[in-house]
Design a protein around this ligand. Structure first.
Ligand code: ADP
Ligand code: MG
Length: 259
């Protein structure tokens, strides 16, 4: 592939741009404080439509807080968030066209896989025939058809994580948000699920934002990496750019590139 439009540090949002230019996700001057503690210090970022973007950085740098603000699970203290050119800053999570993938333990243990997949759609009063269609489609993508009548407790860790991802797929979101979805799986399973998630992105083509503290996950999954440190962006670029031309010694040290 050629050099994408966002390459070369073109991450800062021009003033007044509401994200219409990208069709993806646009953050403009996004800040977050908890009480007197400033956690996110004014993030300007343009995430192109369809890109697999990874937020990476050490524990506590604000990755989850940033993702939760995009999801609408956390209010911004200042700034704007636009998705597909629409200002969603003050919208409820369910009105943003996003779906968040949580760790697999967020499944309902007393429900079958089928009911876990259908639950959100039922809550949204989706007609039964449409629910059945979407559950079948998601199961086909994730190869979980044979598991639909089981309970989460009867599944392996990897199967549970597929169902957790399936719950996002059935909602047909514009944007998928992942917060360290693989961090409670063992090393071998993490690798195979990483491959599954990459395949999912190729098949669906959605904008995906993926949070991890794991450099290998970032380097292997991302079209675009956003390196965060203490609530600020240190660098934005392709894995190759970040590796070969780290912006500073923090990025070089964190990604493990020679410098
Ligand atoms: P990461 O996901 O990168 O590990 P977080 O976004 O979870 O980081 O947290 C960033 C910082 O914000 C941490 O110092 C954390 O303690 C703090 N923080 C997160 N949520 C809250 C909260 N609800 N109240 C106070 N501080 C919080
Ligand atoms: Mg986190």
């Amino acid at each position: 592939t050629g050099s994408p439009a966002w390459a070369g540090g073109a991450a800062a949002a021009p003033p007044g741009d509401d994200g219409a230019a990208t069709g993806g996700v646009r953050l403009s001057g996004v800040r977050k404080s908890f009480g007197h503690l400033d956690i996110i210090h004014g993030i300007d970022l343009s995430i192109p439509e369809g890109a697999f973007t990874v937020f990476v950085g050490p524990s506590g740098c604000g990755k989850s807080t940033l993702l939760r603000m995009i999801a609408g699970l956390e209010e911004v203290s200042d700034g704007l968030i636009a998705i597909k050119g629409r200002d969603v800053t003050d919208l409820d999570p369910s009105d943003r066209g996003i779906a968040m993938v949580f760790q697999s333990y967020a499944l309902y243990p007393h429900m079958s896989v089928r009911d876990n997949l259908a639950f959100g759609l039922k809550m949204a009063n989706t007609p039964k025939a449409e629910i059945d269609r979407r559950v079948a489609a998601a199961s086909a993508i994730l190869k979980t058809d044979h598991l639909l009548d089981r309970r989460p407790g009867q599944l392996s860790g990897g199967q549970r994580q597929r169902v957790a991802i399936g719950r996002a797929i059935v909602r047909k979101p514009d944007v998928f948000l992942f917060d360290e979805p693989l961090s409670n799986l063992d090393a071998e399973l993490r690798v195979s699920m990483r491959i599954e998630i990459a395949r999912l992105h190729r098949e669906l083509g959605n904008t995906m934002i993926y949070v991890t503290h794991d450099q290998t996950e970032a380097m292997t999954l991302a079209d675009m990496i956003v390196v965060l440190r203490e609530g600020r962006i240190e660098q934005v670029g392709s894995p190759r750019e970040i590796y070969e031309d780290p912006a500073n010694s923090f990025v070089a040290g964190f990604i493990g590139s020679p410098r």
